[in-house]
Design a binder for this molecule. Structure first.
Ligand code: ATP
Length: 364
């Protein structure tokens, strides 16, 4: 069996700022060559975790290993890391070439090697020809490309990216997501990427670590995190959701029936219980979650679907899809559908349905 090598291991990291516990026992592994994203809401401890790896702060408790070596107390400049921050961290008085050369000179790289490595790094980020430009003469996207090239040119052990796309407009962000993912695979450098943007995390990462309140909530591939969230927090943080309240009416092999507060019954696959306590009994108060894109609407759907009736309350055009808001048993149900039946009007009675395997249940 092939051995999985971890380039970074954090064990039991605990960090307090004053009385504020910012990391409450973080354990994480970053595998060799992967792009791992730390994802979570503002203040959950993502940057603190990255700063711990970079050596800008020390943990109060816990251990950090990089490439198998214990790094507690090792200063940042001895960690051999490349970093890119949210704000452009280029030296403003230096050209692109000089910005890239700076780190190489510190590493005492010969002039000829410097020239070769700078050429390669600029090619990788598609910035060849801009060597003589100053940061003020470039767009935000170009500056971030140069910042990435500057981090890569020293051939770091790890590349750490702290929200590098958050100051860019939507189109540029999209372009740079693709670029970063491509060049990370091309160069093969183990990368840790921090973001609070779930779409960015889902589209770029090999694995995601979802954090909340200084703790790791879940680690997994983007599909695992999206399709099999282990907690209510992860389900709600990643993607949109519909939430319905009810209580368990019956439990059969493989299927749970939940009665909503006003009588309607919904089926849930028994394996779809989230949360720490996954035991279920008849009468338990529960919440059900369904993703808007898992709701089929209109006349035709699969016999496996659990069918219900709703009334259209709003139709919002989103460009690539329609968002339908429908009233369902006293709640608003969001439905995301690429096509829409033109005959629907506000108030129309319409059939909806979903697979019991797409409904998640958590006890209240
Ligand atoms: P954001 O997405 O907003 O950058 P984050 O998840 O990266 O958030 P951190 O920057 O790690 O969060 O901060 C976590 C908590 O620690 C916050 O409450 C923050 O105010 C606090 N914190 C971070 N650095 C310090 C510091 N040097 N001194 C005191 N408190 C700090």
């Amino acid at each position: 069996m092939q051995q999985i090598i971890n380039d970074v291991e954090i064990r039991g990291a605990y960090k307090k700022f004053g009385s504020n516990v910012v990391l409450g026992g973080v354990d994480l592994d970053v595998k060799q060559g992967e792009l791992l994203t730390l994802l979570g809401p503002s203040g959950c401890g993502k940057t603190t975790t990255l700063n711990l790896i970079a050596g800008f702060i020390d943990a109060d408790q816990g251990e950090l290993f990089i490439k198998g070596k214990r790094m507690n107390g090792v200063p940042p400049y001895k960690r051999d890391l490349g970093m890119v921050f949210q704000t452009y961290s280029l030296f403003p008085h230096m050209t692109v070439y000089e910005n890239l050369e700076f780190g190489l000179k510190l590493h005492k790289v010969s002039k000829a090697d410097c020239a070769r490595r700078i050429k390669n790094a600029l090619e990788t980020v598609k910035m060849t020809g801009l060597e003589e430009r100053y940061p003020r003469e470039m767009s935000g996207g170009q500056r971030q490309r140069v910042a990435i090239a500057r981090a890569l040119v020293v051939q770091p052990k790890l590349l750490l990216l702290d929200e590098p796309l958050s100051n860019l407009d939507a189109k540029l962000r999209q372009e740079l997501r693709v670029e970063i993912k491509r060049l990370q695979k091309e160069v093969g450098v183990t990368t840790i990427f921090v973001t609070h943007d779930q779409e960015e995390a889902l589209s770029m990462s090999d694995r995601i670590i979802v954090m909340d309140k200084g703790k790791v909530e879940q680690a997994g591939t983007p599909t695992e995190i999206y399709a099999n969230p282990r907690s209510e927090f992860v389900f709600n943080f990643i993607g949109k959701s519909n939430c319905l309240h009810g209580s368990i009416a019956s439990i059969d092999t493989g299927m749970i029936t939940v009665q909503l507060e006003n009588g309607e019954k919904l089926l849930v696959e028994a394996g779809n219980v989230m949360g720490e306590d996954r035991s279920c009994s008849i009468g338990d108060s529960v919440k059900l979650y369904i993703r808007p894109e898992k709701v089929a609407i209109g006349s035709i759907f699969d016999p496996e679907y659990d069918p219900h009736t709703v009334h259209i309350s709003q139709m919002n055009y989103l460009g690539s899809a329609w968002e339908i808001l429908a009233s369902f048993q006293g709640s608003v149900l969001q439905v995301q559908c690429p096509d829409i039946e033109p005959s629907w009007m506000i108030g129309s009675e319409v059939k909806v349905g979903w697979k019991p395997s797409d409904v998640m249940l958590i006890k209240r």
